[in-house]
Ligand binder design. Structure first.
Ligand code: NAD
Length: 480
């Protein structure tokens, strides 16, 4: 793959020279080789991007149908670059290519078309009988949106925000994660090629400083953030002070409850996808696996067999199930958790080390811990790596109590041969989303967390609400 070297940033519809001379290098986690470079934006660049987004407010003056037409062209352009974009994400952050093909371009273009259509059909001005006459309730865009995203699903997490914002009539400044900035620039190129008006989408590469400057900026009317709970909390505190609306998609430590009637081997693919997807670097992964005591030894053996059969290696190879972790730092963090699990008395049944046959790249073996108690740090904290904790339970009431005994509440799964039983359990879990015998995110349904997993919802029609506000126009004395 050719290196992607950028010496400019996408602001106001053009690639312009940044005000700073700082640059960041993107390193492929599978090879530890530099695969590209971009400038790092300073405060002046953020100012310029916000000013460009503000100057592009004509976007809101277009009809929803006109915006939809442009958005559909944007979707077509993303489809056109799909192979390159999916390969880029696999290379820059290590996502296995088979997952990449399902989780990047296709999600992006689907969501752009979906929100374009929703906007077309939205009741932008609705008159309703009021207390003293007729009132018109108008939907208006919130204004300039600052979008801050992490590296783990860099494209889909961006497009869980961007199309809803565009459809609502908002303009945007995107702060991608430093690890995945190259794919974000490819999105900017696609927007330009599709004729998205100048300033509607701006991209400001950088790290925490660039993110902070965006949050702080008075010209930004709303922040949409996905990332860690700690950073989300800090952003929420600042937005609280500024009275700036904010939506937060944060961490998770979800439970996968295996019922005593479950046939795990009938759903191996789904089980792996919901617990270890993206080499465990997924906020919604059910990394606490709750197994009934009556079948505990058998289930630990089954899970161990499934996990030890997963192929670790080059993310661009079709046969690879687990790629590398995103950075050396992330691997150290995961290794520290593995050491912590061992120290607290949990038993490693497979994995636990770096793969002996991979000398380059930030790989780690997928790991299963048995004999885990829900009070151990490996059961309470988000590891963000391929590490499962198998926790025993007595009856379903205890399983539900353990599942709910978490500071997080983003997702979860139940595994059972009785769908009704699964639904009953789903209703009892304190979480924003939940899957029965699998976890396949429905892009048309709201997604988000409770407790420390976040604030607000993305996706579905509900996902557009955060980018709209209402204005009530009282027409006192008039009757409908
Ligand atoms: P992170 O919080 O470190 O960074 C996320 C983004 O915020 C990056 O773009 C980063 O540069 C930026 N940032 C960092 N500090 C900032 C600050 N002080 N002000 C403004 N911006 C700042 O998270 P990460 O390590 O990139 O991603 C992993 C985390 O994301 C995990 O905790 C994971 O659970 C979470 N996540 C949540 C969801 C969800 O939908 N709930 C989805 C994916 C990932």
């Amino acid at each position: 793959m050719t290196k992607r070297i950028y010496d400019s940033i996408f602001v106001g519809g053009e690639w312009v020279a940044p005000q700073t001379s700082d640059t960041l290098s993107v390193v492929a986690p599978a090879t530890e080789e530099v695969i590209g470079q971009t400038p790092i934006c300073g405060a002046e660049d953020i100012d310029r991007a916000v000013a460009a987004a503000d100057a592009a407010r004509g976007w809101a003056q277009l009809s929803a149908a006109e915006r939809a037409e442009i958005m559909n062209r944007f979707a077509d352009e993303i489809d056109r670059i799909a192979t390159d974009l999916d390969t880029q994400v696999s290379t820059e952050m290590g996502m296995p290519i088979t997952l990449s093909r399902m989780a990047n371009a296709v999600v992006a273009s689907t969501l752009v078309r979906y929100y374009a259509e929703l906007a077309r059909n939205l009741d932008w001005e609705a008159s309703r009988p009021g207390m003293l006459g007729t009132t018109m309730v108008r939907r208006e865009p919130v204004g300039v949106v600052g979008i801050i995203v992490p590296w783990n699903f860099p494209v889909s997490l961006l497009f869980m925000k961007l199309p809803a914002a565009l459809a609502a009539g908002c303009t945007t400044v995107i702060k991608p994660s430093p690890e995945t900035v190259l794919s974000a620039n490819m999105i900017a190129e696609a927007a330009a090629a599709a004729g998205v008006p100048a300033g509607v989408i701006n991209v400001v590469p950088g790290g925490a400083d660039a993110g902070e400057a965006l949050v702080e900026h008075r010209g930004v009317q709303k922040i949409a953030f996905t990332g860690s709970t700690g950073v989300g909390r800090a952003i929420a505190a600042r937005c609280g002070d500024l009275l700036k609306p904010v939506t937060l998609e944060l961490g998770g430590k979800s439970a996968g409850i295996i019922c005593d009637d479950a046939d795990l081997f009938a759903s191996v693919e789904q089980f792996v996808a919901s617990t270890l997807v993206n080499t465990g670097q997924a906020c919604y992964a059910s990394t606490r696996v709750l197994a009934p005591r009556s079948r505990y030894a058998e289930l630990v053996d089954a899970i161990t067999a499934i996990v030890s059969s997963l192929q670790v290696g080059d993310p661009l190879q079709e046969a690879t199930h687990m790629g590398p972790l995103v950075t050396g730092r992330q691997r150290e963090r995961v290794e520290n958790y593995i050491a912590s699990g061992r120290a607290s008395g949990a038993r490693v049944t497979t994995g636990g080390s770096r793969p002996a046959d991979l000398s380059r790249g930030w790989f780690i073996e997928p790991t299963v811990f048995a004999d885990v108690d829900n009070s151990m740090p490996i059961a309470r904290e988000e590891i963000f790596g391929p590490v499962l904790s198998v926790i025993p339970y007595g009856d379903i009431d205890e399983a539900v109590a353990i599942a709910n005994d978490s500071e997080f509440g983003l997702a979860g799964t139940v595994w059972t041969s009785d769908e009704q039983r699964g639904l009953d359990i789903a209703r009892r879990i304190q979480t924003g989303t939940f899957g029965i015998n699998g976890y396949l995110m429905d892009l048309w349904a709201p997604f988000g967390g409770v407790k420390n997993s976040g604030l607000g919802r993305e996706l579905g029609p509900e996902g557009m609400e955060a980018y709209l506000r209402t204005k009530s126009i009282y027409r006192t004395g008039t009757q409908q």
